[in-house]
Design a protein around this ligand. Structure first.
Ligand SMILES: [Zn+2]
Length: 490
């Protein structure tokens, strides 16, 4: 049964990814490999197999989610997670340091809303809505807001209604494109709908809106609100929240018939930035200990759930790479550096602190891997590398073929929010390419819990990252730098 599922998944991957991804090897038809020392190839296979058979990462994920739970930046949960992860890496014998970073400290508070006026409303009835505040939201007045809702579907429609916005609540009703997600473009679906969560409230604030609501960004409709950060871009924050998709639909239908009025109460607060840390754990290289290959995920999570898939699975999967090297007693030429980033969800301040610490010696940053695309099965590697590097990576894909993770997806830009700054400086960037067709079903909701993680899928992710990291750290040279576009002249 397992074999059939695996074959089906591979066939699906081949079908939906054709034209977008480059399939370099299949289990049945391995490519001719560029010259790789047989002993090196054997070590890659040992790393893969050890990872594919280890439940260490899943056990650590279980500890993280069951004993600590939510880990929003600045919260006690985040602080406890830093201590827990540092201890786990120390117990492997890695050299652990905590790198200070100031992070946002926002408190969700309560969120309540109901529809109080609409065409055909029977006297005395109201409709309760399911919503949650967006990260960075301001509070409503203590007694709440009672005002009209203006529904728009995009920024052009917002501008067309500019004169009606002042004092009212704007609802951005932009749909998540699940078809894109199911055809291998979940990131595009997220980015497209996400524009309205990222920039919508600031745009509404600029026009004098009293509050802004967004339709939740998600691929399954379980009446779950999906939170996430919103960016103020210099605007004074206003109350901002995400409605469950079903409630956005309800308001959109009623608004077609006439004015809709809402009571909205949010009690969110922003406190002064808090002290936090990246956890850095080095597995020292035997020949060039000053050169590093980063394996990473982010340790912070949203506060509605235990962040099992975002990004517990990524951060513990990356930690699992160190466990495999320890178990096999392998010290590649370069240092393999695990990083648990402090604050991806609230602006990657941890990543900025790291970048600031290495920007004077970027040559030491050989490559960076970040895992932050959910708990799906690994299908291969997303690689933002120079064109000539794709050929160099073939032995890794060949080594991963037996576990079905042999697709190379070339990327142009950012493959992980926390390694983006390194990438912009020419550092080759990687992410495990995972099946993310259903990643956004529970993303940033109260349902992002451990049961959503298939331990077998996590093993494929650890195996993919461990094999890639070992390859990058052991080869004679770092991969060529990625050409950085010169700033456009005006
Ligand atoms: Zn994430």
């Amino acid at each position: 049964m397992k074999q059939i599922q695996h074959a089906t998944l591979q066939a699906l991957a081949a079908l939906v990814l054709i034209g977008n991804f480059v399939s370099v090897a299949g289990a049945a038809d391995p490519p001719a490999s560029p010259a790789v020392d047989p002993a090196f190839a054997a070590d890659l296979a040992r790393v893969r197999d050890a990872a594919a058979n280890s439940d260490w990462a899943y056990r650590r994920l279980e500890e993280l989610t069951d004993r600590i739970g939510p880990r929003l930046s600045g919260s006690p949960g985040q602080a406890a997670a830093i201590t827990q992860v540092a201890a786990a890496l120390r117990s492997l014998g890695a050299r652990v340091t905590l790198q200070p970073a100031k992070v946002p400290h926002w408190i969700r508070g309560e969120a309540r809303a109901e529809l109080t006026e609409y065409v055909g409303r029977p006297a005395g009835l109201t409709q309760t809505l399911h919503l949650t505040a967006l990260g960075g939201s301001a509070a409503t007045p203590v007694g709440g807001l009672a005002t009209r809702v203006i529904v728009v579907h995009d920024f052009a429609e917002l501008q067309a209604h500019a004169s009606e916005i002042r004092g009212h609540i704007v609802l951005f009703d932009a749909h998540f494109n699940q078809f894109w997600a199911e055809s291998g473009h979940a990131g595009n679906a997220y980015g497209s709908a996400g524009e309205y969560r990222f920039r919508g409230p600031a745009a509404a604030a600029k026009l004098g809106a009293a509050a802004a609501l967004v339709r939740s960004i998600g691929g399954a409709d379980y009446r779950l609100p999906h939170t996430g950060i919103t960016r103020w871009d210099g605007q004074t924050p206003i109350p901002a929240a995400a409605l469950a998709a079903e409630d956005a639909d309800l308001i959109a239908r009623l608004a077609q018939q006439g004015p809709v009025t809402m009571n909205l109460l949010l009690t969110s607060r922003t406190l002064p930035d808090a002290d936090s840390f990246n956890v850095i754990a080095d597995w020292p290289g035997r020949q060039h200990p000053d050169e590093v290959v980063i394996v990473s995920g982010h340790l912070d999570s949203w506060d509605l759930a235990t962040g099992a898939t975002d990004d517990g699975v990524g951060v513990m999967g990356a930690a699992g790479v160190i466990e495999i090297l320890q178990k096999l007693n392998l010290h590649p030429r370069r240092t393999v550096r695990f990083v648990a980033w402090a604050s991806e969800e609230t602006g990657s301040q941890g990543a900025q602190a790291y970048f600031d610490s290495v920007k004077g010696a970027l040559k030491t940053q050989c490559a960076a891997i970040e895992s932050d695309d959910g708990a799906g099965r690994a299908l291969g590697i997303a690689a933002a590398v120079s064109k000539d590097s794709r050929e160099i990576l073939k032995p890794v894909l060949e080594a991963l073929a037996p576990i079905g993770a042999s697709i190379l997806k070339p990327e142009e830009g950012e493959v992980g929010a926390d390694i983006a700054t390194l990438q912009e400086s020419g550092v080759p960037g990687f992410a495990p390419l995972v099946d993310s067709r259903h990643y956004f079903d529970y993303h940033h909701t109260a349902a992002d819990t451990l049961d959503k993680v298939d331990p077998g899928n996590l093993k494929t992710q650890v195996a993919t990252m461990a094999t890639l990291a070992y390859f990058l750290a052991e080869r004679n040279d770092c991969l060529p730098r990625v050409p950085v576009e010169a700033p456009a002249a005006h």
